[in-house]
Write a protein that binds this ligand. Structure first.
Ligand SMILES: Cc1cc2nc3c(=O)[nH]c(=O)nc-3n(C[C@H](O)[C@H](O)[C@H](O)COP(=O)(O)OP(=O)(O)OC[C@H]3O[C@@H](n4cnc5c(N)ncnc54)[C@H](O)[C@@H]3O)c2cc1C
Length: 325
């Protein structure tokens, strides 16, 4: 059962920020994660501020500089179906289309997808784990088949978002407002790894909200893709996934941004893959070397060693697909 809280539904950003400035409160985008977290006492709030009536936070438009500006309240379904997204950044349309189910894509917002809480069953369950203020991560020696193989440091969650790795690969930036200030943070730096602070997921301070996500104009030769492996073909989080944003000059990769999903507490930049393929034609030897580089430094836990060959296979498959795109 949901606990009692005060619910407000402002109709302008200024009004929402004034409420958030006035008292501690949680922000409601589509509510598809927030309500479950409140029900399960993962999050506690006296006040919930719904953004859902703020029209200025909705929609996708092209900025005067050619950037794509996605309002925080734009649903994941709208991102998946948008013609400009599909034409310029097909990988983002693929990432959005791979989120959860049609119902959740219709309800969930792009900002909520970035800010959602981790799915670790210890964190979501009755365990006072490190992320909830306790002393230890129970996954480290427990049931860890869905946990991370990179970036685990005291806490071994994976970040659940499919859109975050693709937005990071595209150089996306979160526009953030709070009180009387606003700032921009690259999606790549928006999510906080446990080594920096195991008790927070994003850089958002109390009273701040994401207002939009801005993606730079696509450079000539950009090709993008996102693909994830999951146990079922619907309603399921990534066991592992690969987001590619590669710039080609003819058959040669001149620039590469590659992020992995489902394997780390934050979208994981695959530096080794980027270094291996930049300046190269994606022939069989380069792809083989890139798939090896993708898993260099992986530290699987007792039950998630399968993610190592899974990542190698996904990287191989996606690089083979994108070279003929
Ligand atoms: C069964 C199931 C399967 C799922 N599968 C997938 C999947 O495969 N891939 C995937 O990526 N996701 C998946 N999800 C997660 C789903 O996509 C998220 O629930 C959704 O994206 C959250 O969006 P929302 O707008 O409903 O967020 P809310 O529930 O409203 O909010 C989520 C969090 O974000 C914060 N928040 C929301 N908007 C803002 C804002 N503008 N500024 C600051 N903070 C904000 C809230 O305070 C809250 O902490 C799944 C969820 C479920 C329940």
């Amino acid at each position: 059962m949901l606990p009692k809280f005060t619910y407000t539904r402002p109709t302008s950003l200024d009004e929402a920020l004034a409420v958030l400035d006035d008292r501690p409160a949680l922000v409601y985008g589509g509510g598809s994660d927030l309500l479950g977290c409140l029900r399960d006492r993962i999050l506690i709030a006296d006040t919930v501020v719904s953004l859902s009536a703020i029209d200025e936070l909705r929609g996708i438009r092209t900025g005067s500089d050619g950037s794509l500006r996605i309002g925080a309240l734009t649903t994941i379904a709208e991102v998946a179906a948008d013609d400009t997204v599909a034409a310029r950044y097909p990988g983002l349309a693929q990432a959005a289309a791979s989120v959860a189910s049609p119902q959740l894509r219709n309800q969930g917002t792009i900002a909520g997808n970035l800010c959602q809480k981790p799915r670790c069953w210890y964190y979501r369950g009755d365990f006072n784990c490190l992320r909830k203020g306790g002393e230890m991560c129970f996954a480290f020696e427990g049931e860890n088949q869905y946990h991370c193989i990179f970036g685990g440091d005291l806490c071994y969650i994976v970040h659940p978002s499919d859109t975050a790795p693709m937005l990071a690969a595209l150089g996306g930036v979160c526009r953030i407002s709070g009180g009387r200030t606003s700032r921009s943070v690259a999606v790549e730096n928006f999510l906080v790894p446990p080594a920096a602070d195991p008790r927070r997921e994003t850089v958002l301070e109390v009273g701040e909200i994401v207002t939009e996500i801005v993606i730079p104009p696509p450079p000539a030769g950009l090709r993008t893709s996102y693909h994830k492996a999951r146990t079922r073909q619907a309603w399921d989080f990534a066991l592992a996934g690969v987001a590619l944003a590669l710039i080609f000059d003819g058959d040669t990769v001149t620039s590469a941004d590659v992020f992995l999903s489902g394997v780390a507490p934050v979208p994981w930049r695959a530096n080794g893959v980027e270094a291996t393929i930049t300046g190269k034609v994606l022939d069989a030897a380069t792809i083989e070397a890139a798939s090896e580089a993708a898993v260099a430094g992986a530290e699987p836990l007792s039950e998630n060693g399968y993610k190592v060959p899974l990542v190698k296979g996904l990287v191989t498959e996606q690089l083979e697909a994108i070279r003929t795109n």
